[in-house]
Every structure is written in C-alpha cells, then in structure tokens.
Design a protein around this ligand. Structure first.
Ligand SMILES: NCc1cccc(Nc2n[nH]c3ncnc(Nc4cccc(O)c4)c23)c1
Length: 232
C-alpha cells in the first residue's frame, strides 16, 4: 500500500496473508470458516506449491494472541484466469481445517448484488504489500482509503484504454494506491467486500493507471459452487 497508514491492529480480522516459506506473497480474505478468496495471479511464481495462510495477524513477525498459520487443502483458480490478462483473476483457497473464529479472525461478507459501486464512493483497501517505490515491505498491515472511479473514466485511452470489463472496477491511483503484494486483498465499501485487488499494469501510484479490482458479485455463483462441491 503506497502512502497509506498502519491499520488499527486487528480491526480487519478478515485479512489473510498468503505465504510461501514464511514470506508474504499476496493478500486475501476470509469469506467462510474454511475458505479464503484471493487473486489467481498470485499463483504465477509459486511453481505449483500450495500457500500457507496467516490469519489473525497485524504484524507478520511478532507473536500475537490469535495469529495462526493454516495449511491449505486445495487451491481453485477461476477457470477463466490466465497469465495474459486480468480476466477472472480470482483464487479460492480451502483451508486444511475450519479457521478458529475470534475477535481477530472473522469472515467478511462479499457483495452478491451485481450492480456497480457509484463513482466517488470512498472504499478502503489493506495489505502487506510494498509501501514505497523502492519496494520496502512492511511488517504491519497498512490501509488506504480510495475513491471509486467510473468504468468510462478508467477505460479512457490515456488510462486503461478499454480493457476494464463489467467484471472489473477501478479506484483513483493518484499518489495513494495498491502495490506489489497487495494483490488478492479486498476492496471494502461500507463494510462489504466489493472487489479483489488485481495487479493489472503493475504500476503503483500513477494517476494514469488507476488501480483495478475484480468485482466479486458476478462470481458469487462460482464461489458458492466451488465451496459446496469441495465441502461435500
Ligand atoms: N496499483 C496496482 C497494483 C496492484 C497490485 C500490485 C501491483 N504491482 C505489482 N504486482 N506485481 C508486481 N511485481 C513487480 N513490480 C510491481 N509493481 C511495482 C514494484 C515497484 C515499484 C513500482 O512502482 C511498481 C508489481 C500494482
């Protein structure tokens, strides 16, 4: 997160850190006791290895009362996701067991009504992604508030030039923005997860390249289907 602030500890109890060999790779969030939602692009450099999921954390390194690393039973990238574009950039992770819910570990509801969030709505995004252009990685969770911008503005030829589909949404990226390692985290508007951070052009903090999110509502049926089929 560029030019945000350190989050209030454990006030985003749905936040997950997707890790490989103890290193934060991507964000994610708890959508059910045994399920985390993130971004399919996060699996690009994992060489087929499964993530481990850290829940209940504020600091990535310090001991905290409800911090716990969960093994992942299975990962389900959306079948339409691919390395060439941002389409269907969603990843469902089934935890090895149900997460123990408490004050620091809680499920975040996601939007099921497929209707665009109004432009200028101020939403919040959090993550352990890089906090400056030299790629400094924070130990503590950071957050930033960002206004939604309309798809038409985001699709302007000087911005994302028509690549933003109805299944995506954008926020203003002037100075304050998401960045490397924030992918997979939720865009939260009025307490509901409306989008999932996708890297898009990978640029951070440049107003010409607004931040892009995969809208969740269009994928509610896919999410429910995977959870139902895998839970048995
Ligand atoms: N703001 C959109 C957004 C959301 C999520 C991730 C991203 N960026 C990135 N995702 N993956 C990446 N691998 C390498 N470099 C990256 N961006 C980068 C790194 C250092 C300086 C800088 O200005 C930009 C990214 C960008």
């Amino acid at each position: 997160i560029l030019r945000g602030s350190v989050a209030r500890p454990h006030l985003k109890p749905y936040m997950a850190s997707l890790q490989l060999d103890g290193q934060h790779v991507c964000g994610g969030f708890l959508i059910a006791e045994q399920w985390v939602l993130s971004a399919a692009h996060c699996t690009e450099e994992t060489d087929g290895k499964l993530f481990q999921v850290l829940l209940g954390a504020h600091s990535l390194t310090e001991p905290e009362p409800h911090k716990r690393l969960y093994q992942v039973r299975a990962q389900f990238p959306h079948p339409g996701s691919n390395i060439h574009n941002n389409k269907d950039d969603l990843l469902l992770l089934q935890l090895e067991e149900k997460a123990e819910l408490n004050a620091d570990v809680r499920v975040l509801p996601f939007q099921r009504e497929d209707r665009d969030v109004a432009a200028d709505t101020v939403c919040e995004v959090a993550g352990w992604g890089t906090i400056d252009h030299s790629g400094t990685r924070p130990d503590k969770l950071h957050q930033v508030e960002r206004p939604v911008i309309s798809r038409d503005v985001c699709n302007h030829r000087t911005r994302h030039d028509g690549t933003i589909t109805q299944n995506m949404m954008c926020t203003d990226s002037r100075r304050k923005d998401t960045c490397k390692g924030d992918s997979g985290g939720p865009l939260v508007c009025d307490g509901v997860a409306e989008g999932v951070v996708t890297a898009g052009s990978r640029v951070c903090g440049n107003y010409k390249k607004p931040a892009i999110y995969t809208r969740i509502a269009p994928y509610a049926a896919w999410i429910d289907g995977v959870m139902a089929s895998a839970d048995g």
